[in-house]
Design a protein around this ligand. Structure first.
Ligand code: SF4
Length: 445
C-alpha cells in the first residue's frame, strides 16, 4: 500500500500531461491530467451489440468467438433471449482451436444455416473476438468472399475483441465498417446534408428530426440508419455532428469520404443539447432568432425536469471510473447543469478534439484520468470518499461493500439520455442510487 500511495502522490505532483486550451496562457492553474496504462476493468467491444442490434432492424450480428463471448452476451443481454434475437455466437470449439478444421469453411456453413433459417436478414455482421484462432482469421476477407457468394445479403466485418476495444469502440468499428464500401466513390448530393453519427434511441432521433425540420434542415440522416439500405451516402456536401464522443475512427472515415465535422459538445442535458444544435445552426447559416424560437419550448421543458432532481444532486461529489468515453460529457452535465463537484473523471481514451470542450467547462481541481491502473484509481477513489462513484459492474459491488454509493456506468449507454426530453431521465439515473440509499436509511430509536 505504501508504494501505491507513493505512486499516487507522484502522479498528482507530476506536471500535467496536458493543459487544456482554456487553462493555457491565463491565470487559472493548469488541470492535473493523469495517463495510466495499467490493468483496466472495462467491457469488450462485443457489448455494444446489445444496443446496436436493436437499431438496424434487418441486420444480424454473428460473433465469431468462444464460449466466454457467448456467456458474456447472454448474461449482458439476458432479457432479450426471450425474443428472436438479432445476434448469436459462432463458437470456435477445441477442434477448431487445434487447427483441425478449415475455419473459413466452418464459418460458411454457419452462415448458410443461419440465412436459410432467417431469410429476413439483409445485412450480416461478422464480429471478431479475442481467441487466438479468431484473431488469425481474416474476417474482412471472409466478408468479401461471402458477399460474392450471397446475392440477397450484404456482409460486413469488424473487431469487437477485448484486446483491441472497450465496449463503445465496438460501435465505432461497426460504423466505420458500414462506410467502408463508399471509399473511392465520389458522392455528390444536390443539397447539403447533415449526418448525425452515433447510436441513439429511435424516439430521440425522431425528436431531433422534428427540431431540424423546424429549423429548415430537411436532409438529415442518421448513422447507423434503421435499415441496411438507408445507410447515408457521404460526400463533400455532407456535414456531420457526432452524437457520441467515442467515434474517433468513424469521424476519420467520414472525413476521408469528404464530409466536414461540425465541432460541438455532446447533446446531454439542456445546455449540451442547445450547444450541439446551435453548432449545426451556425454551420448551415440559420438565423439565430429562429433557432431560439424553435428550441425555447424544449429548453424550458428540460429545465423544469432538471429542477426536480437538482435538490438531490447539487453539491454531491462524484468520481467517474473509465468505461464508455462518455464520462467527460456526463461530468460536464453534472457539474454545470446539476451543481455537482466532480473529483475525478476517468475515460478509457480521451479524444481531445471531441471531449476537450467538455473538459474545459469543468473546474480545474477536477482530475482527468485517461486509461486506467485500477488499483491506483481505487486508492484515489477511497481517499476521496465521493458521494457517488460511477463505475463498471465489476467494481460496483466491492465499492458498495466498502460503503461507497455507486452507479453502473453501462446504464448510460443503454438508456435514452440525449436531447431535451431525456434530460430529466439522465439526471434521474444519477439520482436513483441517492434516493435508494435515502429510503434504506435505518433510524435507530
Ligand atoms: Fe472475452 Fe474477448 Fe470474447 Fe470479449 S471478445 S467476451 S473479452 S473472449
Amino acid at each position: 500500500m505504501t508504494s501505491l500511495l507513493r505512486d499516487r502522490e507522484r502522479q498528482f505532483d507530476a506536471p500535467p500531461v496536458n493543459a487544456s486550451p482554456v487553462d493555457a496562457g491565463c491565470s487559472k492553474p493548469p488541470r492535473t491530467e493523469i495517463r495510466e496504462r495499467g490493468q483496466h476493468e472495462v467491457f469488450c467491444g462485443l457489448t455494444s451489440i446489445i444496443w446496436m442490434h436493436r437499431k438496424m432492424q434487418d441486420a444480424f450480428f454473428l460473433i465469431v468467438g468462444s464460449r466466454t463471448c457467448a456467456h458474456l452476451m447472454q448474461s449482458a443481454a439476458g432479457v432479450m433471449i426471450f425474443s428472436e434475437p438479432r445476434f448469436a455466437t459462432a463458437i470456435i470449439d477445441e477442434r477448431d482451436l487445434a487447427g483441425m478444421a478449415d475455419m473459413y469453411e466452418e464459418l460458411d456453413g454457419v452462415v448458410e444455416r443461419l440465412l436459410s433459417r432467417r431469410p429476413d436478414i439483409k445485412m450480416l455482421v461478422l464480429v471478431g473476438s479475442c481467441p487466438s484462432e479468431v484473431i488469425k482469421l481474416d474476417l474482412p476477407r471472409a466478408a468479401g468472399r461471402l458477399n460474392h457468394m450471397l446475392e440477397e445479403t450484404r456482409v460486413v466485418a469488424y473487431s469487437g475483441s477485448g484486446i483491441e476495444t472497450t465496449f463503445t469502440q465496438g460501435e465505432d468499428n461497426f460504423l466505420t465498417a458500414l462506410l467502408e464500401e463508399q471509399r473511392g466513390q465520389t458522392i455528390e448530393t444536390a443539397t447539403p446534408r447533415l449526418v448525425i453519427a452515433g447510436c441513439m434511441a429511435d424516439i430521440v432521433e425522431d425528436q431531433f428530426t422534428r427540431i431540424f425540420k423546424a429549423l429548415g434542415l430537411s436532409d438529415v440522416a442518421f448513422l447507423p440508419s434503421r435499415s441496411s439500405d438507408t445507410i447515408p451516402r457521404i460526400g463533400p456536401n455532407t456535414a456531420f455532428l457526432l452524437a457520441q464522443p467515442y467515434l474517433t475512427e468513424t469521424a476519420k472515415m467520414l472525413e476521408k469520404l469528404g464530409a466536414t465535422r461540425i465541432a460541438a459538445p455532446f447533446p446531454l442535458g439542456e445546455q449540451g443539447t442547445t450547444d450541439w444544435l446551435r453548432a449545426a445552426v451556425r454551420h448551415f447559416g440559420i438565423d439565430e432568432d429562429k433557432f431560439e424560437a424553435v428550441v425555447q419550448p424544449g429548453r424550458e421543458r428540460a429545465q423544469r425536469a432538471l429542477d426536480l432532481y437538482r435538490p438531490q444532486l447539487a453539491g454531491k461529489r462524484l468520481f467517474f471510473f473509465p468505461d464508455s468515453q462518455m464520462e467527460p460529457s456526463l461530468a460536464r452535465f453534472m457539474a454545470n447543469e446539476m451543481g455537482c463537484d466532480v473529483v475525478e473523471v476517468g475515460t478509457p481514451y480521451l479524444n481531445r478534439h471531441f471531449s476537450g470542450p467538455e473538459l474545459d467547462q469543468l473546474p480545474v481541481h477536477t482530475h482527468v484520468a485517461e486509461g486506467q491502473d485500477v488499483e491506483k484509481q481505487l486508492d484515489r477513489c477511497r481517499d476521496a470518499q465521493p458521494d457517488l462513484t460511477i463505475c463498471g459492474l465489476g467494481l460496483a459491488n466491492p465499492l458498495e461493500a466498502e460503503g461507497l454509493m455507486t452507479k453502473w456506468s453501462i446504464e448510460f449507454a443503454f438508456t435514452p439520455i440525449h436531447g431535451y426530453e431525456q434530460a430529466g431521465d439522465l439526471a434521474e439515473l444519477f439520482a436513483r442510487p441517492v434516493n435508494r440509499r435515502d429510503r434504506l436509511k435505518v433510524e435507530v430509536a
